[in-house]
Write a protein that binds this ligand. Structure first.
Ligand code: AMP
Length: 528
């Protein structure tokens, strides 16, 4: 049979990475630090399966979630690689595997998650998460403790961060008082999250343009603006019944976006600013006049509710008390919202007690996942580009009950460890694996057995060492030792070995000493 001369060129699948020794070292370092903090707060580790019934994730987020997950068919039903670990933990509690009578239940996890997303820097299809779930308490002091735990974890890793805190209960409270169905609320909140991330993108572009006005950036801006422009044109062409004309007329198409490179920076920035307003308006049109798709069909939000929610996007500042004062004014007609604002006031006090400072309170913050019912928060580390969010969390009081368990409130968060690794690697100094203390090299081939014996003796004494295994000549062995950075080299020379001694070279100082074999371990220990 003719053999095919075809060399295999296999690569790791897109969106996955091989973690090399340096990466693994850093990952374990981060894990150890986080474990330490989590356990100091009384959390205990659990592990759940890498795959779950697809239903578990679809139950809350609907079947559309299928497109963003790895789903596969088995003889026993449809399975999915877990995209996050909160749902599995709530599932395990709902199954009754933990005694829910003794509350609070404090669990933590460290494991891989999988999402079928478009990969980019800091966003992978297989990634690591570490997080906690505090199950039982529903009060603001529990929320405050969870937020401070996330902050302390980052401080332990010596990372600078920005905390953004929001609370979907205020928006939910307002919508409830306006008779908006819970499922529609979910859709609005996830649309709001999507809108916020697009608005943020416009802001980022505007800032970047001041620094690097290059063709690459402009073409990215164009790509972002095209669909918005297209939508504006479509809406204007729509002779549609119920969308008020004056709203549509506020959306002015602008053909300058097709030739951004001919414009001045300030003109481009002005276009971006204009599109910020247009994007918000289009969102209102979408919610209130086109409707939101729900399991009960397409439902429309009353326009006054839609506009009010957009006002919430402005309730954002580092001066938390002021935000709450403004929020009271915006939502003054909703008792439910006002009650939640009162609770937030309490939370802010507790955060102060825990010394959590410098955060931005943002009542327009609604995280993508629909299961949040109270506080939500995100933590960003600067310098990570578009994927700067290293932690996300919040309160989800209904999840366990929705999985068929008891009605227990919960709050939790997850860190993205891959992004924490990237953040640490940006620092000048970050933890790296160390080279064993000693390298044992025989001067001649007949002393290879002696080298193995000396190495065994050191390892028995707990001293990390390597033996020359490539049968290098001594000069090459020494230059290898130098390159790898072993602090000490033990040279085994025939005459010295026969008289019970070896030569220990201190590679940093460039000195060497004759040491009796029986004293070698003590000698090295004293130099550790
Ligand atoms: P989430 O479960 O979406 O709240 O995500 C929690 C954290 O996991 C985020 O703050 C990110 O740091 C991290 N994360 C989420 N998705 C990815 C991804 N595709 N690649 C890397 N990290 C991710």
């Amino acid at each position: 049979m003719k053999r095919e001369n075809r060399s295999l060129k296999l690569k790791a699948p897109r969106g996955t990475r091989d973690l090399l020794p340096e990466d693994m070292y850093l990952l374990r370092y981060i894990e150890d630090k986080l474990r330490g903090v989590f356990e100091r707060f009384g959390y205990a580790e659990v592990q759940t399966p890498i795959f779950e019934l697809f239903e578990l994730f679809a139950l809350r987020s609907g079947d559309e979630i299928r497109n963003s997950m790895f789903v596969f068919e088995t003889g026993e039903g449809e399975m999915a690689l877990r995209p996050e670990l909160t749902a599995p933990i709530c599932r395990l509690v709902a199954e009754g595997k933990i005694d829910v009578m003794t509350k609070p239940i404090k669990l933590y996890y460290i494991g891989r998650a999988f999402r079928y997303e478009e990969p980019q820097a800091g966003r992978y299809r297989e990634f690591w998460q570490a997080g906690i779930e505090l199950i039982g308490p529903r009060h603001p002091e529990a929320d405050a403790e969870v937020v401070s735990l996330a902050c302390i974890s980052l401080e332990e890793l010596d990372l600078k961060y920005n905390l953004e805190l929001g609370d979907v209960a205020v928006l939910r409270g307002y919508m409830t008082s306006k008779g908006v169905d819970y499922e529609v609320q979910n859709k609005v909140l996830s649309a709001l999250d999507h809108l916020r991330s697009r608005l943020r993108k416009l802001e980022v572009y505007s800032e970047l343009l001041l620094k690097e006005n290059d063709a690459h950036l402009l073409s990215e801006v164009k790509r972002f603006l095209y669909p918005i422009e297209l939508r504006k044109r479509r809406l204007r062409a729509k002779v549609e019944e119920n969308i008020p004309k004056e709203l549509i007329e506020r959306l002015e198409p602008d053909s300058r976006i097709y030739k951004l490179e001919e414009l001045r920076v300030d003109e481009v920035r002005e276009i971006l600013k204009r599109n910020t307003e247009d994007l918000k308006l289009m969102e209102i049109i979408s919610w209130c006049y086109e409707g939101l798709r729900t399991s009960m069909g397409t439902l429309k939000l009353p326009p006054d509710v839609g506009f009010k929610l957009l006002e919430a996007l402005k309730l954002k500042s580092i001066r938390a008390h002021e935000v709450l004062e403004d929020a009271k004014e915006v939502f003054k007609e909703s008792e439910e919202a006002l009650r939640e604002i009162e609770r937030l006031n309490e939370l802010i006090e507790y955060l102060d007690d825990l010394n959590v400072k410098g955060y931005v309170l943002d009542l327009g913050l609604a995280r993508g996942l629909e299961y949040y019912t109270g506080i939500v928060f995100e933590i960003h580390v600067m310098g990570l580009g578009a994927q700067s969010q290293v932690c996300g969390g919040g309160r989800y009081d209904r999840l366990i009950a929705e999985f068929g368990g008891p009605d227990i409130p919960s709050v939790g968060f997850a860190f993205g460890l891959d992004r924490l690794m990237l953040a640490l690697k940006m620092k000048e100094i970050y933890p790296k694996p160390s080279v064993p203390m000693v390298y044992v090299a025989p001067i001649s081939d007949d002393l290879r057995g002696a080298a193995l014996k000396i190495a065994a003796m050191l390892r028995n004494a707990g001293i990390a060492c390597e033996v020359e295994l490539m049968r290098r000549r001594i000069r090459r062995a020494l230059s290898f030792a130098n390159k790898r950075g072993f602090p000490f080299v033990i040279l085994i020379a025939p005459r010295e070995y026969q008289s019970g001694s070896v030569i220990i070279k201190d590679m940093m100082r460039g000195t060497q000493e004759l040491v009796s074999i029986k004293d070698v371990t003590d000698y090295l220990r004293s130099r550790k």
